[in-house]
Design a protein around this ligand. Structure first.
Ligand SMILES: Nc1nc2c(c(=O)[nH]1)N[C@H]1C(S)=C(S)[C@@H](COP(=O)(O)O)O[C@H]1N2
Ligand SMILES: [Mo]
Length: 335
């Protein structure tokens, strides 16, 4: 299906092309809330445009009461607004390459828990299969849908069915009419163009569940699915390659992870000093501002930034998708 635009399932148009539709550079990410046009876009099979006016979300599987919820019904339910990071894990075929695709978005939607309660989830259920309407080919494999599986406990605790982003209905690129969003989990888990949540007692076999997006984690003897965000930080200013006059420069950006970040250090020519860091609250998955004012004489510099979280995890120096971020700075002229 990749490579040809056209109608897929009834009421759906797939617009294929490259997986990455948009990836603004870090210096576009200076605002606390990332404007929707500056929010990166990823679709493994392209972008789906849901044209079906009768779209509904189905909740089925290990439930006492199969639900079908239309968009007007979803919008009529009590909603929550959550500001949280959306971050891409990166290309699952190159899991150690940093891609720095991230945004901090204001989401509005319905807590999944309310829908699960209405569906009367059976005690045997432990996993939620979330299915998107998009289909196509990725890495030479034909997929009838995009599918992720997530622990029921986490989805029930903090998952939402999001239908607004930054105060506006979701755009097609970001998952119209509705997507799953689980704060603290990687973007890959947040299924766009959501069609169904199926309650199950086991993991589904699928390219995007059990084959790609698996990784080794300390303490686990088998690879685990990619879910919890890594400890990460990103320099938004100065921008890569910027030239400034000698004097003071404020180095600023954002830090985040699956648990609060407790320290950010800024390195200039391998001398590390702590940055100012706003505190992160437990259970708060928005990004945290860091800043550091440093004095620079004429010369060429590399500025690096390294976050540590409340569990003591530190960004690796190299060889990892969340390796420390660096920008180069040229300081020229008289002070
Ligand atoms: N249905 C569907 N949902 C999806 C994807 C996809 O290809 N299909 N890509 C995932 C990945 S890898 C990421 S990083 C996020 C990106 O969300 P965004 O495009 O709104 O930034 O969507 C996720 N949800
Ligand atoms: Mo992603």
């Amino acid at each position: 299906m990749t490579g040809e635009a056209g109608a897929g399932a009834a009421g759906l148009v797939m617009d294929p092309a490259a997986t990455t539709k948009r990836a603004p550079p870090p210096d576009r990410l200076g605002s606390r809330i990332t404007a929707t046009p500056d929010t990166y876009v990823i679709g493994h099979f392209g972008i789906a445009r849901v044209t079906d006016p009768d779209w509904s979300l189905r909740i089925d599987g290990l439930v006492g009461n199969v639900l079908r919820i239309s968009l007007p019904q979803l919008r009529a339910l009590p909603s929550v607004t959550v500001t949280a990071v959306l971050e891409c894990f990166g290309n699952p075929l190159q899991p150690a390459i940093p891609v720095r695709r991230a945004a901090n978005v204001r989401w509005r939607g319905v807590p999944v828990r309310a829908l699960l309660d209405a569906a009367r989830v059976r005690p045997r259920a432990s996993i939620v299969w979330a299915r998107g309407l998009d289909s196509g080919q990725f890495d030479g494999t034909d997929c009838a849908c995009y599918l992720k599986d997530l622990p029921l406990a986490t989805v029930a605790e903090r998952g939402i069915i999001a239908y607004e982003m930054n105060g506006e209905p979701l755009t097609s690129e970001h998952g119209f009419p509705a997507r799953l969003f689980v704060p603290g989990y990687f973007g890959t888990c947040n299924v766009k163009w959501l069609a169904a949540l199926t309650l199950a007692g086991r993991r589904p076999e699928h390219l995007f569940t059990t084959r790609l997006y698996q990784r080794a984690e300390p303490g686990a003897d088998a690879p685990v699915p990619v879910r919890d965000l890594d400890v990460t930080s990103l320099i938004t200013s100065p921008r890569e390659g910027q030239t400034v006059r000698p004097g003071t420069v404020t180095i600023r950006g954002w830090a985040w992870g699956a648990v609060p970040v407790t320290a950010v250090d800024v390195g200039v020519r391998d001398t590390w000093q702590p940055a100012e860091l706003e505190p992160g609250g437990a259970g708060d998955f928005a990004w945290q501002r860091f800043s550091a004012v440093r004095r620079f004489g004429p010369g060429d510099y590399r500025i690096q930034v390294r976050a540590t979280d409340c569990r003591g995890r530190v960004q690796p120096r190299a060889g990892a998708r969340n390796q420390i971020h660096e920008v180069s700075l040229q300081v020229r002229g008289d002070s």
